[in-house]
Design a protein around this ligand. Sequence first.
Ligand SMILES: O=P(O)(O)OC[C@H]1O[C@](O)(COP(=O)(O)O)[C@@H](O)[C@@H]1O
Ligand SMILES: [Mn+2]
Length: 643
Amino acid sequence: MNTKFLDLLAQKYDSEEKVVTEIINLEAILNLPKGTEHFVSDLHGEYQAFQHVLRNGSGKVKEKIKDIFKEELSEQEINEFATLVYYPDEKIQLIKNSFDNDEELNEWYKKFIEYMIRLIPYTSSKYTRTKLRKALPNQFVFIIEELLYKTDEYSNKKGYYSSIVEQIISLGQADKLIIGLAYTIQRLIVDHLHVVGDIYDRGPEPDKIMDTLINYHSVDIQWGNHDVLWIGAFAGSKVCLANIIRICARYANLDIIEDVYGINLRPLLNLAEKYYEDNPVFRPKIQAGEDISDYEKLQITKIHQAIAMIQFKLESPIIKRRPCFHMDERLLLEKINFNENEITIRGTTYSLENTCFATVDPNNPTKLLEEEKQVMDKLLFSIQHSEKLARHMKFLMKKGSLYLKYNGNLLIHGCIPLDENGNMEKMVIEGNTYAGRELLDVFERYVRYAFAHPEEIDDLATDMIWYLWTGEYSSLFGKREMTTFERYFIKDKKTHKEIKNPYYYLREQEEICRNILADFELDPEQGHIINGHTPVKEIEGENPVKANGKMVVIDGGFSKAYQSTTGIAGYTLLFNSFGMQLVAHKKFNSKEDVLKDGNDVLSVKRLVDEELERKKVRETNVGEEILQEISILKSLMEYRYMN
Ligand SMILES: O=P(O)(O)OC[C@H]1O[C@](O)(COP(=O)(O)O)[C@@H](O)[C@@H]1O
Ligand SMILES: [Mn+2]
């Protein structure tokens, strides 16, 4: 091994004892059971529901409480304890309001501090003391460690411990301690979080989800089609930008653009007011309980049309300059017969309804008006200069990728494009042919290039991000074409259908999944493919576990817009040292409901896979890294200290 490197390392490990201690420490970690991985997907801006799943660890928090306290506490007390762990700040407030005097409250404090101190060793049994210490609330580390490691064999410490707790209470620190312990428990229960795509769009608070993820102790993200759409907009793609604004208008979420990311929509509104009227198909989709004035609804309806038309116009030049996208069928504005108000698609002529073509020149239908161009220039400038968006997009790039190989599994939001025979679809890009993993790798390279060059806006890399949103062989989209235009303007529902890639029925077959795993150089015997993207229709009896357990579809179903078609809120997945568990979630109403009756919509579990032997850190990705570190430290030992 390079001696320069070892000399450098020796600066950190400057004594034999330090090297030995670290080797022993790492060896010990290898033999601990692997930590719990938590998989969620398709969050779609539903921050509150996501928070809940994160805080209850898909049911794990309550499970651990039950393991320890089921003989001792009633179901109601267990629920109360669990809600205290999920929402400590709010729960403490409720508890305080429910007591008439301090004595009762102090008793409650004592009881629950003790419960929490008893729960922590159980939730941290898979971690080293150092790791546990890092998870503890800073200001209380010393005190908590005293309480945790009490060995009361000779019972002369009893007084000591109860005096610590009493001091905490009398010094007014009990709330802070309990809150700190609650977050520690949440954190210990899940070691690592995977977000299998679609943080953005449809729901109201994707930004808050991003902030949560940025502060989360350990996370990775597999980009979803909606996430790359936002990345695309930030990287300079005007058509991606038009799409994100269109979707925000459609779901009455323009606040995200305006208030959260600080993009001025006034120029777009002016254009919209000038050219558009009310139009039923462009009215925003408003969720039950949302309150929007008729005036505002009308404004959004106009903006929605203005930006949709800009989007359609912007698509055309890209399709023309990128023959490799094979998207000529999508040159729809050019297929319109404006005299007859008809369009001919794949040989069939349909009449158009609810059109809003005031800015369209029939002789040159894809040409942007000067005003439209200016609006888009201004919007792009502001989006690329939004500091908050920059922070969120950089995080998506840093922690995200198109797919991830993790502990033997393949995590991917959408699909691996296949033909009907199960062969990987090929795409020719700049004269080279790619399929399967290689295609995804090349897609990802373009995304990263575009992101690194936001000033280049018409280049292949930037266009490629849009392709990932909507192209036939995109691993994120997985459908032949996106029928947005048809959904707005053509009545015949046949034209709305978006035909899915054969992957979506072939993935039921074990053989197909094994082939894909092998293409990604994963062991088909051990590995699973974990998908998001398509809501699992439990109502119709669809099983999220497919291909003899090789394929797991966990669309979180957080999106309220889809809950009526799925029958449940969705699925999450847990993978701990005992195996994988799929958790089905019922609809999440509100945090207030959980706080009130403590009865958090509990989840049904299905065993996906059961390990015969408990899986150790040694057998994980982290384990591989540790093994490498050990081997380097051993070289250092030999080089420096053994001769
Ligand atoms: O429900 P909406 O707003 O009409 O959106 C439908 C569009 O969303 C998509 O399903 C993509 O979004 P998802 O990744 O959430 O499925 C498109 O295929 C489709 O055209
Ligand atoms: Mn998706």
